[in-house]
Design a protein around this ligand. Structure first.
Ligand SMILES: NC(=O)c1ccc[n+]([C@@H]2O[C@H](COP(=O)([O-])OP(=O)(O)OC[C@H]3O[C@@H](n4cnc5c(N)ncnc54)[C@H](OP(=O)(O)O)[C@@H]3O)[C@@H](O)[C@H]2O)c1
Length: 265
């Protein structure tokens, strides 16, 4: 099924990993408004279930949710086999599931935090992409959009392993574009600076006060800002491949250079 030029996503299938919160949830809303059919995955089933009615109301003709940990390679393989069998290979894959843990110097870092970040941000993205891409190639269309980060361009103190995972995402976006030359499949990344989501609460393992201070004294990006960029990147005509988009809040000019209101140094 194809979308019309005025509604390019009408009846197109958009798959979003990490759709239960933040940027992924906002992407689900943005594509629902465009009339896309949605395939959503995350670990928190109840969050996905709670989101579904509002997505249908916004205009999504179909919403399929799946409880998935992208780190579980076998589960990813089984799920995508089911999607292929039911005709739900997406036109757009938003590889959004990701997280940071901790902000310690590397020599004080926790192995479990490193495993979680590497297994989710790098290997999880690889699992989903590796298993879906042959189907996209076979159907002759597809667009992979990776959520990278400005942390994949410039390191910051304590960012070490999170930075390394996002540098890896940037390398994989480039590598995929090389490997897919001659196919119609496009690969893009959207690389934001500070976006106010649950990201910092997850990073600081539920310390809401510490998470709040990350965004204090500046107008951070919102998840909806990033979803609008993802939607724009996906809506470019098929001969246009927007490979990379770097976006900061105006108050932030690098991961470590932020202008905060004077009372919040
Ligand atoms: N917020 C920022 O400042 C910022 C900046 C640049 C880039 N990013 C990137 O943007 C992406 C989304 O982050 P966010 O800010 O929206 O954070 P968020 O609000 O914490 O949302 C993260 C999402 O990822 C999902 N997720 C985490 N681990 C998963 C796993 N193993 N399997 C499946 N889903 C998983 C979570 O769902 P469940 O917990 O339900 O599984 C949740 O839906 C991440 O890749 C992040 O690195 C964020």
């Amino acid at each position: 099924m194809t979308g019309s030029p005025s509604r390019p996503f009408a009846n197109r299938i958009v798959l979003i990993t990490g759709a239960s919160a933040g940027i992924g949830e906002a992407c689900a809303r943005a594509f629902a408004r465009e009339g896309a059919r949605l395939v959503l995955a995350a670990r928190r089933r109840e969050r996905l279930e709670a989101l579904t009615p509002s997505l249908l109301e916004l205009g999504a003709p179909e919403v399929i949710s799946h409880t998935l940990d992208v780190r579980d390679r076998g589960a990813v393989i089984d799920w995508i086999a089911q999607l292929a069998a039911s005709g739900h290979i997406p036109d757009v894959l938003v590889n959004n599931a990701g997280l940071s843990r901790g902000l310690s110097p590397l020599h004080e870092g926790e192995f479990r935090d490193w495993d979680e970040m590497i297994d989710t941000n790098v290997k999880g993205l690889l699992h989903v992409t590796r298993v879906l891409l042959p189907h996209m190639i076979e159907q002759g269309r597809g667009h992979v959009i990776n959520l990278g980060s400005t942390a994949g361009h410039i390191v910051y103190p304590g960012g070490n392993v999170y930075n390394a995972t996002k540098f890896a995402v940037r390398a994989l976006t480039e590598a995929l574009n090389l490997d897919l030359v001659g196919t119609p499949i496009r690969v893009s990344s959207v690389d934001p600076g500070l976006v106010e989501t649950e990201f910092s609460i997850v990073r600081f393992r539920g310390d809401e006060e510490r998470a709040r201070r990350v965004y204090e004294g500046l107008e951070a990006l919102t998840a909806a800002d990033i979803a609008e960029i993802v939607r724009y990147v996906a809506s470019a005509p098929p001969h246009v491949n927007i490979v990379q988009t770097v976006v900061y809040p105006t108050a932030q000019r690098s991961p470590w250079l932020i202008a905060r209101e004077p009372e919040h140094p």
